[in-house]
Design a protein around this ligand. Structure first.
Ligand SMILES: C[S@@+](CC[C@H](N)C(=O)[O-])C[C@H]1O[C@@H](n2cnc3c(N)ncnc32)[C@H](O)[C@@H]1O
Length: 311
């Protein structure tokens, strides 16, 4: 995290733990390495930011800064290059949702799913399979996720559909898949051959609806997440429109941010094949040193020449 304020007890790592007050909206879907929301609250307080101020996170990921700003009544702007993370952040700050419509859509999806679950087995295409981590998800949970995905895709109201999709992304990773995070993503030794995907999805949607209901008085606080490149902020922001920045940029830590979000990116259709994945990697600021010695490394804008062989 970049700031001009030093936490009061830098040696005390307990402030990195999530608190119960950090849960609402953040746990809809979050990046495993993101800093805890209460740290954003701490800096909002330290910076003396009040209503009317606008907070920026140019590397907003799944939106810890943006969501926490909104929960505290502050306007915010985020920029994120990975489509899945941008989608998660945007959905987490879209609070003007018709809750009756959300409930109705959830019931319609459940009705559709119960009809289609026993039909022909759905699976990823060979192109999709080629870009997810091997053994990311077993056949039966994948079928259930894809049946849900098909039914959700038929929901016509975008704000409602996004919430249902984000709930699916969360459940696919944390309830259905064989993925583990430690914090790097890997494959669990004990695979999940089956999982109550539909039931977990329903619980998740209901919890999201409860968060939206609880925070309706803050629903109109402006929060915007741009899908773009933090190196082009001038084209995204009006001059003098930002009062403070709280961010965690991509560090040179050998981390491949597309790898952490791969399964749900494929499931929701953000990445269809290797070409999509390559384009996505090329849009990022490098956080790994792979291939830096190759002769044509450095060609094109910035230092972008990530390899594909990191799945
Ligand atoms: C350390 S993570 C930030 C996580 C974030 N705090 C959260 O709450 O999820 C850094 C983020 O920078 C994003 N990123 C990398 N290159 C970028 C670029 N050129 N423009 C915008 N975002 C970029 C990565 O995709 C990643 O989500």
């Amino acid at each position: 995290m970049t700031s001009s304020v030093t936490p009061s007890h830098p040696a005390d790592l307990s402030h990195n733990k999530l608190l119960p007050s950090d849960r609402a909206f953040h746990d809809w879907y979050r990046f495993v390495l993101s800093y805890p929301p209460h740290l954003v609250r701490h800096y909002i307080d330290q910076f003396g930011l009040e209503k009317g101020a606008t907070l920026l996170d140019p590397f907003c990921g799944t939106g810890t800064t943006i969501v926490e700003a909104k929960k505290n009544g502050l306007a915010s702007v985020g920029v994120e290059a990975i489509p899945m993370s941008h989608f998660a952040c945007s959905t987490k700050v879209q609070w003007q949702v018709d809750l009756d419509q959300l409930n109705l859509a959830k019931d319609q999806v459940l009705a559709q799913v119960s009809q289609r679950e026993a039909a022909a087995v759905l699976t990823f295409t060979p192109e999709q399979t080629a870009i997810v981590l091997k053994n990311s998800i077993s056949a039966v949970p994948l079928h259930k996720c894809l049946v849900l995905q098909e039914a959700i895709a038929a929901v016509t109201t975008p704000s409602v559909r996004s919430i249902l999709q984000l709930a699916l992304a969360y459940v696919a990773v944390h309830g259905a898949s064989n993925l583990k995070f430690g914090p790097e993503v890997g494959i669990r030794r004990r695979k999940r051959d089956d999982a109550p995907v539909i039931e977990q999805w329903q619980v998740k949607v209901e919890q999201m609806a409860a968060d939206l209901a609880a925070y309706q008085d803050l629903a109109t606080v402006p929060a915007r997440c741009h899908h773009g490149d933090a190196r082009s902020l001038r084209s995204l922001l009006a001059p003098n429109s930002i009062d403070a920045i709280i961010t965690s940029p991509p560090y040179p830590n050998e981390k491949d941010y597309t790898r952490t979000t791969r399964l749900e990116s494929v499931l929701l259709g953000f990445l269809k094949d290797k070409a999509d994945l390559r384009r996505c990697k090329q849009s990022l600021i490098r956080s790994n040193s792979r291939d830096v010695t190759k002769p044509n490394y450095g060609a094109g804008p910035g230092n972008r020449r990530p390899a594909l062989g990191s799945q």
